[in-house]
Design a protein around this ligand. Structure first.
Ligand SMILES: CC(C)(COP(=O)(O)OP(=O)(O)OC[C@H]1O[C@@H](n2cnc3c(N)ncnc32)[C@H](O)[C@@H]1OP(=O)(O)O)[C@@H](O)C(=O)NCCC(=O)NCCS
Length: 152
């Protein structure tokens, strides 16, 4: 089994569309915009094993690049392969991609933030994040209402 992590590119548009439809909302127009966003503005990393998709992680620089602030917008491993270290492996690749992106633009990654639900808090805490706020009204109870920060 050959496992790899790579940046999503134009030929992966249908993977991103499917991801939105399956996990976010059943709205094809928004799914197409989500794919476009992650191919042209934000970035998506795909983790695969022998060509089979095991999960993905999405992120984007926020505000001016020189501020060094990035948002992790999503991380998902397929349910049958969780608790095997794949999320940690994907997160390490995400950090490398972020650092390289900033360095290529003469800037430095300084701080990450994300919104997480209660269930994934232990994972992100193990990845070095700290909860700094709880915003129950933001996305609705149980849906990413905790704001996490990580200094790099
Ligand atoms: C959050 C998520 C990406 C983590 O992925 P994962 O592959 O399960 O992550 P890991 O296996 O690296 O770590 C998860 C746990 O498994 C444990 N683990 C890691 N390797 C292990 C192994 N070889 N054997 C047994 N357990 C292991 C870790 O200790 C870790 O425990 P903790 O999170 O309670 O601290 C995954 O749970 C997920 O897709 N969740 C649903 C989507 C979601 O809510 N995403 C977050 C918001 S966008």
């Amino acid at each position: 089994m050959v496992r790899s992590i790579r940046l999503a590119e134009e030929q992966d548009r249908s993977i991103l569309i499917r991801d939105y439809l399956q996990h976010l909302s059943p709205h094809i127009g928004e799914a197409e915009r989500y794919a476009l966003l992650h191919l042209q503005v934000d970035r998506a990393l795909l983790i695969e094993e022998s060509g089979f998709l095991l999960g993905l992680a999405t992120w984007g620089p926020r505000e001016g690049i020189r501020l060094g602030v990035a948002q992790v917008t999503g991380m998902r491993i397929i349910a049958s392969r969780r608790q095997q270290g794949l999320g940690s492996e994907l997160f390490r690749a995400l950090l490398s991609d972020m650092s390289a992106y900033y360095a290529e633009r003469d800037a430095a990654l300084r701080r990450l933030f994300l919104f997480s639900a209660e269930g994934t808090a232990p994972f992100f805490e193990r990845m070095g994040f700290q909860q700094v706020a709880q915003l129950p009204a933001l996305l609705g109870a149980g849906a990413g209402e905790r704001l996490y920060l990580r200094e790099v």
